[in-house]
Design a protein around this ligand. Structure first.
Ligand SMILES: [Zn+2]
Ligand SMILES: [Zn+2]
Length: 173
């Protein structure tokens, strides 16, 4: 299993975007500033802010899809927004790829990065690797990095909360 692909920031930013509240999409951009080329204006028009929300919903749709066919269809919808023009960089001390042209607008850099990051995971590791948390009252998206693809929760917090709830339910019964 190639952990680097999963651990790569492009996947993390995609998962973060799917789980973000996005009342103010510009806040999302500034909190993920490392993914934007230096000098990129991290501001969005009202229309572009709407597109950030749409992209978030598309990532969620990929995670919710329950067959390879559905994952492919939704992933391709997401990829249709991407304008890849990759370049290698070591701006943070580690050699890695950025997927979008450094002089493209923030929205284009964002959609391209998340679409390419998610596609890498799905194509290399299988369509079941993205999921939605099974805990009650949580619908966070996660990427499953476990060896046997057995993950069901977005976080350890949700996993242990669900274990406790199941234990209580059994004791009550
Ligand atoms: Zn980087
Ligand atoms: Zn959760």
């Amino acid at each position: 299993m190639d952990y680097d692909t999963y651990g790569s920031g492009a996947v993390e930013i995609a998962i973060d975007l799917a789980n973000a509240q996005l009342e103010a999409p510009e806040t999302f951009l500034t909190s993920h500033a490392e993914w934007f080329a230096p000098g990129t204006a991290l501001t969005l028009s009202g229309r572009d802010a709407g597109k950030v929300r749409e992209t978030s919903q598309l990532i969620r749709a990929v995670a919710l899809a329950d067959s390879q066919e559905a994952v492919i269809a939704r992933l391709n919808e997401l990829l249709a927004l991407a304008r890849p023009r990759p370049y290698a960089t070591d701006h943070d001390g580690e050699l890695h790829l950025h997927y979008a042209s450094a002089d493209s607008p923030a929205l284009e850099q964002l959609t391209t990065t998340v679409a390419m990051g998610l596609s890498q995971v799905v194509v290399q590791h299988g369509w079941q690797r993205l999921g939605v948390c099974s805990a009650e009252h949580c619908d966070n998206v996660y990427v499953d990095t476990s060896r046997n693809a057995s993950r069901r929760y977005c976080s350890n917090t949700c996993a242990s909360r669900s274990t406790v709830a199941a234990y209580r339910a059994r004791r009550k019964a």
